[in-house]
Each structure stands twice: as structure tokens, then as C-alpha cells.
Design a binder for this molecule. Structure first.
Ligand code: IVH
Length: 723
């Protein structure tokens, strides 16, 4: 082959114009792909490619645009954040005014019936006319925005303002990934695919609750670092509104906002669908986010059913709503109905009771919970929120109270969502009076003592809560303590349930555990729904419970961190109560299963003289158990140091009996299978635990295997031998 041949085989050298054409083509193709994947990711929440692949496409486009700046179009996905900081926002006059909507707080179905009747009257529909069709939507709790698309490209975004003119917030709105910079042109279903010359889309910018929580988390970190001028936000709506009106688009981009389209403004060069629901479908097909939680219903019944269905789901939605919106679906009928004083006659919003309200804190109280947990509670100026009048709201614990810096006299936002207990969301610092209480300090406030019983209060390291050490002595903890004491795996007093305990404590019949044993038939029979016969049975059950084991007794005392198996281990180790009561933290930690936290909890409990007194009085009341010298070394027991998991039904041993046997032999019974499990004891219909044991290659025993193990015989594993 000659040299000439070689050269002529080379492709012609491309001219600069050809190169630019190729780059333009490539950029256009990349843009199309990126628009498609952004829509899948942000709007549909169903990405088709991994983030890394998206980033790769994005960087490829960035590289082309860097080499050919002329190719950089405003609708390019690389151009969401345009770096200039603004001095202020220009005013935008709305081509079509942004109207408000009539809002009522109605109790359905009355509100639905009234709206339907009004609409029918205005349309002159007689009783014989068929039911009206309505488009039902959620009422999103954010701020209204008008998006103007010209030839499919987003050219302007404006706030509602006074309805006639708003502020130009285009730069910030462009940073919202869910809002397409260019409308999609594909067809879906019956929706016409042609792009309108002008399309104004109206909708709500809002912040999802998860995004809001993460944002506040980050803000708290910044404040903790000492960053100046940072603050947390009281609710998603405020955070969203703040972000939209941010002067630095880069900062706005840091606030994760979302958008739902719900209507139209100015439209040119596009044949409108016949119905509002058709408009929403078209917006969806253009690639705009439209909430899936919408419906077309008939008549008042349909409206009320939608209201009810949404109300029931409200707390599970990932974003805040404050009601539902009903709109006459037929656009021709909408036009016929028209407007009255800036509100359309064809739409109404029905609000749910607000879940957040502002009120003031009278003082901060501290309540004692059933395990002695001390909870700061804001005593409020009563306020109607979430459907009831609220005058107390939890502040959770000391750290939360300090973090929110809630003080007596403050104006706060109170939230009550669904059945959740009301809580203080945050302080409105702008309204803090000059005369405000001190920063919250729980220990100082209580002078170190439980407000109910005067016992010492403690906050252990790594714990969020202060606790009253009063235990059984503290009336606030008494009911729960009595129930625990009487429990089946504790003293096992049959017939001593919550209804009886409630009455015993409220009537002042039982103030301490030992008093249980002073109850006679006459006193008990006088209680509500307690005949002579049940009273007699209860007295007998109490009598029977006197003879117990040290392990059960220790567990029944309800000492923090002392569960059933720890109680048994302690009983085995010490053999008698006196040695245990006097044991030091070091001696306590010698017990297998007892770490420093448990040891300290035992010490704290027995250091309170009244707890010792309760033990003494119970013994005096006849509670007894066999004592021994204790087990000098746990190693002598066949199962000491071993953890077993029980699953399925064993042929003869009940679950409780098997557990008792294992623990008496020094073993521990755990509820879940892990690599640390030594044996899994499986009976009939064992399910996922057995599967997990097999997948981890653990030893699986049947009942016979367990009994052999308990007898000190090396067990035959029931695992099928696969070799
Ligand atoms: S329609 C002409 N639909 O509620 C009717 N508004 O005044 C225009 N809002 O600030 C409103 N969700 O931002 C409509 N699905 C929804 C809505 C909704 C929330 C807001 C809107 C406006 C206020 C109503």
C-alpha cells in the first residue's frame, strides 16, 4: 500500500463548523436524556439510572458547554443555579390575576352538602338534573407560585403578592429540581402533545416534612458551630417561604423544595381540555408534578367521602396540608359560574382543624411518668388546635427544652397532629417579652428532688432523661409498679389487673407494695365490678403469690435495667437478699450479665432507705423464697454463658417452662437470632428464626436436644446433616 493510499484512507479533517455542529447535536441529546431522567427522579420518584450515571451525563454536558459557551441555553439542566445574588425582587404584574379561594372550616358532610347545593343553584340545576362532577384536591400548605412557560421554556416564576402583582423569584424557583425548565412534549393517553405558545402554571411550592427535619438538623449543627445569623424554622411552610424569597439562589438551592401544580393562569396557543381534571392530566403529561392524591367525584356524597378519606390519611402524608379543595370539574360550567369578589364561585377549600397554633407559655411544669421519668411540660394559655383545646404540651426532656430554649412567658407554636400528644414545636423569638423566665435547668428547678415524692433525681450518663429514684415509694409510679409486681412472670397475682390497681391506688387503699398483702375480702369486694367471689379469689391469689423465688421477687421490684434474666442471675449469684442489698458496684458486676449500668441502678435503688423498707415489709407480710449460699462461680451451671433462642412450638414444654429451665441452668434466652446465638431450639411451625439460624450455620436443637443440654449431655444437633 502506497503512502498516498494510506493518507486517502483517513477521514477528512472536520472543519470547526462541523465540530460545533457535532457538539450542538451531542449537547441536545444529553439535555433530552437529562430532562427525562430528572423527571423520573424528581417528579415520578422512580429513577431509571443510578445517581452516578446521571452525574456522568451531567458532567458530559457541562464539559461541552464549557468548550462551546454559545450552546449554553437557559433551559439547560446545568443552568438551574444562576450564581448572582440579588438586591431585591422585581415586581411582576400577573397577566391573569392570582385569585384566592373561599375557605371554610366545615364539619363534613354539612360543608359538602352546602357547596353542592350552592353550585347547583347558581347553575340553575333542578332536582332532577344529574349530580355535578367535582375535581377534589389537597390544599397544600406552602406558597402560591405562577410559572410562565413560553414555547415550552420556563421564563418566569412569580409569587402571588397581592394577586395583581407579585415578586419575580425566577432564579430561586429554577433551583427546584421538580420544576421542569422545559416542558415535555410526549403524549400520554388522550392528552394532546403540542406545546402551548404561552402556558402559565399555578401551584404550590412546599417543603416535605423529611426535608424540613433534615434542614433544621443542619441548621442546629451550624448554630452549635457558632455560625452567625443561622436559625431553625418553626414549620415547613415558613422554611419554604423563606427559601423562595432568599436573595442568594445558591442558598435557596440548599433548601430542598417541592412543587405541586393545581391550575392555570395565562394560556395562549393551546386548546384547553374540557375539564379541570383534564387540565391536571395535561400538566402531568408536560412533566409537571401533580399530586396523585386527587379524584373526580359526583355530588355532595363524593365530596364528603374524599374529605373523610384524606382526613384519615393526613398524618401519614409526607407533607403538610391544611384541607381539601373542591372544584367544579367542567370548565364550561366554571366559566358560567364566574367570580365573586376575587374568589371563584366554582371552588371552595374545606380546612381541617389546624394542627399548629400560636400561644403563650404560662410556666414549665415537670411531670413524673410511670418509670420515674421526669418530663418538662409547657403549661399553656389554652388554645384550640388539632380539634381540641390544648393547655399542656410536652417538651420531651431537658435537652429538647434547652435546644428550643422555651421559657415561661414565651410565645410558642404548639402542634397536635392526630392522636399524637401535643408538643411545642418552637419559640417565636420575635415575640419574646423583656421579662422572660430563665433558661431551663431541670435539676436546679427541682432542687434535686422529685416534685411528687421528694426522692433524689438522677440523670445517668448517656441518658436523655432525669428520673425520680423514688421507685415504689413515688405515687406517680405506684400504679405501674403494682401492675408489674403482680405480673405473670413476677409475683403472678392472678386477677390483679389495671382496673383493680387503678381503684386501689385512687381510693388510697394501697400506697406501697406491702399493703397489697393487707387487703381483705371486705375491702376488695367494695370495689367497682368486684363481687364477693372475685374478691375472695384475689385474696387467695395474693396468698399464693407469697411463696416465690428470689429471682421473681427481684424482678417484681421493678428496678430499672433489671429484667427477668438479670434478676435470676442475681438471685443465683447472691443466693439471699441481704447479700445483694449490701453488695458494692464491684461485687454486683461480678455477676454474669451485670454491667456497670445495671450495677449502678441496683445500688441507686437499694441506697434509698424506703426501698429497703419496702423489701423488709414485704418479707414481714410473709413473702418468702428459698435462700441459698449463692453460686460462687457461674461456670458450674450447664448453660452458663450460652444464649439460646426459642422458636416454634415444642412438643411438651411450653415456652415459659423452657425459658425457666434454660435460665435456671444459667443460660440466657434471647428473642432474636444473631451470630452470637449459641443454640436455636426449634419446635413445630418454626419460621424465619429457624431459617436465619440455618443461614448462619447455627446449631439447631429440638426439645430432646434441649433436655440433653440441660442435663449436661452434649446435644445432638437437629440440623439435617447435609454432608
Ligand atoms: S386553587 C382560583 N388548589 O390555597 C383558585 N389552591 O386561596 C386558585 N392552595 O394561596 C386556587 N392547594 O396557593 C388551589 N389544590 C389547590 C390548592 C390551593 C393550596 C392555596 C393557594 C392559595 C390558597 C387558596
Amino acid at each position: 500500500m502506497s503512502q498516498t493510499d494510506l493518507f486517502s484512507a483517513q477521514p477528512p479533517v472536520p472543519s470547526p463548523a462541523d465540530l460545533a455542529d457535532a457538539a450542538a447535536e451531542q449537547a441536545a441529546a444529553l439535555r433530552l436524556q437529562l430532562h427525562h431522567h430528572a423527571h423520573r427522579y424528581y417528579v415520578l420518584d422512580a429513577p431509571e439510572i443510578p445517581d452516578a450515571e446521571y452525574d456522568r451525563l451531567f458532567q458530559a454536558l457541562q464539559a461541552i458547554e464549557a468548550a462551546h459557551p454559545a450552546l449554553r441555553t437557559p433551559d439547560s439542566p446545568t443552568q438551574r443555579v444562576l450564581g448572582q445574588v440579588l438586591d431585591g425582587f422585581a415586581s411582576v404584574r400577573h397577566t391573569v390575576p392570582m385569585l384566592s379561594i373561599r375557605t371554610e372550616t366545615d364539619t363534613e358532610p354539612a360543608g359538602a352538602v352546602a357547596f353542592d347545593a350552592r353550585a347547583r343553584r347558581e347553575l340553575g340545576l333542578g332536582e332532577e338534573a344529574p349530580p355535578l362532577r367535582y375535581a377534589c384536591e389537597l390544599k397544600f400548605d406552602g406558597l402560591a407560585i405562577n410559572l410562565r412557560y413560553v414555547d415550552g421554556v420556563l421564563v418566569q416564576a412569580a409569587t402571588r403578592g397581592d394577586g395583581e402583582s407579585g415578586e419575580d423569584v425566577t432564579q430561586n424557583i429554577r433551583t427546584i429540581g421538580q420544576i421542569p425548565l422545559r416542558l415535555q412534549q410526549w403524549q400520554r393517553g388522550e392528552v394532546a402533545g403540542a406545546l402551548p405558545a404561552v402556558l402559565e402554571v399555578r401551584g404550590e411550592v412546599y417543603m416535605r416534612r423529611g426535608a424540613f427535619d433534615r434542614l433544621n438538623e443542619r441548621q442546629r449543627e451550624r448554630i452549635a458551630r457558632g455560625d452567625k445569623g443561622e436559625k431553625t424554622f418553626v414549620n415547613p411552610r415558613n422554611a419554604a417561604a423563606g427559601a423562595v424569597r432568599q436573595h442568594d439562589p445558591a442558598l435557596a438551592a440548599e433548601r430542598p423544595l417541592s412543587f405541586f401544580a393545581y391550575g392555570l393562569g395565562d394560556v395562549q396557543g393551546w386548546a384547553l381540555p374540557a375539564t379541570h381534571s383534564g387540565v391536571l392530566d395535561a400538566l402531568d403529561a408536560f412533566g409537571l408534578p401533580v399530586c396523585a392524591e386527587r379524584a373526580v367525584v359526583e355530588g355532595a356524597g363524593g365530596l364528603a367521602a374524599f374529605h373523610q378519606r384524606v382526613g384519615a390519611q393526613r398524618d401519614q402524608l409526607p407533607f403538610d396540608i391544611d384541607g381539601v379543595v373542591y372544584k367544579v370539574d367542567d370548565l364550561a360550567l366554571q366559566r358560567q359560574m364566574g367570580f365573586v369578589s376575587r374568589e371563584p364561585r366554582w371552588a371552595v377549600a374545606h380546612k381541617y382543624p389546624a394542627q399548629e397554633q400560636m400561644t403563650t407559655v404560662r410556666e414549665i411544669d415537670i411531670q413524673v411518668g410511670r418509670t420515674g421519668k421526669l418530663t418538662p411540660v409547657a403549661k399553656l394559655e389554652p388554645v384550640f388546635v388539632g380539634g381540641t383545646t390544648v393547655s399542656n404540651a410536652t417538651l420531651h426532656n431537658e435537652d429538647e427544652t434547652r435546644r428550643k430554649d422555651v421559657r415561661a412567658g414565651d410565645t410558642v407554636i404548639v402542634r397536635r397532629a392526630g392522636d399524637v400528644i401535643p408538643e411545642v414545636v418552637g419559640v417565636v423569638l420575635e415575640r419574646r417579652p423583656a421579662e422572660v423566665g430563665e433558661p431551663f435547668d431541670l435539676y436546679q428547678r427541682l432542687g434535686g428532688h422529685c416534685p411528687v415524692c421528694g426522692s433524689d433525681i438522677v440523670r445517668e450518663e448517656g441518658e436523655a432523661d432525669w428520673r425520680c429514684t423514688g421507685g415504689l415509694f413515688c405515687p406517680a409510679q405506684r400504679k405501674q409498679a403494682l401492675l408489674h409486681f403482680a405480673g405473670r412472670r413476677a409475683m403472678d397475682v392472678e386477677g390483679l389487673g389495671d382496673k383493680v390497681v387503678e381503684q386501689l391506688v385512687d381510693a388510697g387503699l394501697v400506697r406501697t407494695l406491702p399493703e397489697l398483702y393487707t387487703l381483705g375480702v371486705a375491702k376488695l369486694a367494695a370495689l367497682d365490678r368486684m363481687g364477693e367471689r372475685s374478691a375472695q379469689n384475689l385474696v387467695e391469689a395474693l396468698e399464693k403469690s407469697r411463696h416465690t423465688t428470689l429471682g421473681r421477687f427481684l424482678y417484681a421490684l421493678g428496678i430499672r435495667h433489671v429484667g427477668e434474666s438479670t434478676a435470676k442471675a442475681l438471685a443465683r449469684h447472691f443466693g439471699g437478699i441481704d447479700r445483694l442489698v449490701d453488695a458494692s458496684v464491684e461485687q454486683l458486676t461480678e455477676v454474669a450479665d451485670v454491667g456497670p449500668v445495671v450495677a449502678q441502678s441496683l445500688r441507686t435503688f437499694f441506697d434509698q432507705p424506703h426501698n429497703r423498707e419496702v423489701v423488709e415489709r414485704l418479707r414481714a407480710a410473709g413473702v418468702d423464697w428459698p435462700e441459698s449460699d449463692g453460686v460462687p462461680s457461674a461456670e458450674v451451671l450447664p448453660l452458663s454463658g450460652l444464649t439460646l433462642v426459642l422458636t416454634g412450638t415444642l412438643p411438651t414444654l411450653g415456652r415459659d417452662a423452657a425459658k425457666d429451665l434454660i435460665e435456671a441452668a444459667g443460660g440466657k434466652v434471647s428473642g432474636s437470632v444473631s451470630k452470637k446465638t449459641h443454640y436455636v431450639v426449634a419446635g413445630a411451625e418454626a419460621g424465619s428464626k429457624l431459617e436465619k439460624a440455618q443461614s448462619l450455620g447455627l446449631s439447631v436443637l429440638d426439645e430432646a436436644g434441649l433436655l440433653a443440654l440441660l442435663g449436661g449431655v452434649a446435644p445432638q444437633s437437629a440440623t439435617p446433616d447435609l454432608t
